[in-house]
Ligand binder design. Sequence first.
Ligand code: GLU
Length: 427
Amino acid sequence: MTVLTALPKSAATSILDPLTDARSQLAEAIGLLGYEPGMFELLAKPRREITVSIPLRRDSGEIEVLTGHRVQHNFSRGPAKGGLRYSPEVSLDEVRALAMWMTWKCALLDVPYGGAKGGVQIDPSTYSMAELERVTRRYTSEISPLIGPEKDIPAPDIGTDERTMAWMMDTYSAQQGHTVLGVTTGKPLSLGGSLGRATATSRGVVHLALAALREIGIDPSRATAAVEGYGKVGRHAARFLSEAGVRVVAVSDQHGAVVATAGLDISALDAHVDACGTVAGFRMADSSDRSEILEMAVDLLVPAAIEGTINEQNAARIKARVIVEGANGPTTKEADVVLNRKNVLVVPDILANAGGVLVSYFEWVQANQAYWWNADDVEQRLAERMTHAWNAVCAKSAAMGVPLRTAATVIAVERVTLAHLQRGLYP
Ligand code: GLU
């Protein structure tokens, strides 16, 4: 699997504050539900968090010390669950926000998990494979008291992949003295991974993109789309959209953007990306500016890169009628207000990109049972549960007269709160 690991310094970095946004989404949901302020306090704070130093011997022989975090936002409904991100931009507050969104995502999809997230401050593109293996193993060892199939189950996120998950699983298993397949998800197929996991997030994104287009009366076979980010999520999403008949006219990654109004030839583009590591320079399209992709006149926009790329600086210029969030937190709070005013249908991250953690759950279930499903089982269950969640969020949104993000957060917060109330406070 090719993973594009170099991350851009976001143009929006200075105005990004995902934790403040995540907390204000929670505050809004608590207010709408009429819960006491103490419930906000309880859910705004992570349950547990750990910051670790990761000493690394570089291939050159020098020692370098990296920093890593693991945040378990909540585990009232089951083990904490969430990805591990390798990025130079990682901060504890960012990991806290991402962990909170995982709690809502798992509750919304009704999988028996809480939410967690991990991050190591590292640009993986500047380290050798052997160095990345040492970083991963040491990080795993440092956080090992907190993780386990019944405690906290990491998975891939930006900058990590199935190889990272195999190293984590191996390190944890070596410490336990036996193989523990259920400690990570997103593993290689040969090591207890699930069929369909690698493409699950994108599958889910596309299921909901098609549903959202139909919801506002656009026939997908007449629709146009732009995809921001051509990594693990955006790349497969572009392919599935195009297979579904949507004309994908523009895509971008951290190095550049390409546009073809007649529709991009996705197979040719994938061959180019495999050879060059970027969409930039693809001959069968015009090159464009990365920021322009977000503002193109298309029916559907799929932001599938990092947080905050849709923000107060560009929200007013967005022309898409539907936004389906493949990334976590791509739309800032301020941008959300503008988009709602413009009547753009925004399918929020905790719903739109939940296919990944859903199939992570399937992988964990299969590992725990040592019984493996076929690809059709996975696809069918993914489609069923995404559709079910979509219908529930649409119904809640209509009933409460609120945007989909608010409705999704309300459903999730309601479920997590119920678990807290039924368990009671200890002591
Ligand atoms: N990193 C993915 C997410 O943000 C997947 C998490 C998981 O599978 O646990 O949803």
